[in-house]
Design a protein around this ligand. Structure first.
Ligand code: ZN
Length: 165
């Protein structure tokens, strides 16, 4: 990614950036400290890159289709699943679920794990649509997935968890 910086004497504080093709256009006040600007540009680049990765991941690999299959196999198609997407902002946590909307986010770190591990994570997050907490009922739902225990071991070895307390 190339960076093109334009300085403006009129700008007071704010720095803005937008991506055009492969060029990041940055608009900065002419008085800005160079080091500060560099670190801001790094931040912009990272954000753009994350967005790109996320877009590519979600195009290649339709998690929603997988979730629909799992919904029919393990929940009798009873769940109202919202969007199911990879997220690039979850590194330690393997997934999260918004119980109200049924929207599920799966860590992009899981793009390279075996399918049965990824499927466990999706089942885990889907079960939260019924049971927000990690209680007995929750594990009864999740453990219908045959490889649940093994998948938990696999994820633990990666240093990832579900945010359980
Ligand atoms: Zn959980």
């Amino acid at each position: 990614m190339d960076v093109k910086i334009s300085y403006s004497a009129k700008r007071k504080k704010t720095v803005s950036a937008r991506l055009e093709g492969d060029v990041l256009h940055v608009l900065a006040p002419s008085t800005i400290n160079k080091q500060r600007l560099d670190s801001m540009i790094e931040g912009f680049k990272e954000k753009v890159l994350r967005k790109k990765i996320k877009k590519e991941l979600n195009r290649q690999n339709s998690l929603e289709k997988i979730a629909a299959k799992l919904n029919s196999r393990y929940f009798g198609n009873s769940l109202n699943v919202g969007s199911v997407e990879y997220s690039t902002s979850q590194n330690k946590r393997y997934g999260s679920c918004n119980c109200l909307t049924g929207d599920i986010k799966i860590s992009s770190r899981l793009r390279d794990v075996p399918e049965w591990v990824r499927d466990y994570v999706i089942v885990h997050e889907m079960a939260h649509i019924i049971e927000p907490n990690h209680g007995k009922n929750f594990y009864e739902l999740v453990n219908k997935y045959k490889l649940a225990e093994r998948a938990r071991g696999y994820l633990m070895a990666l240093g990832m968890n579900s945010g359980e307390r």
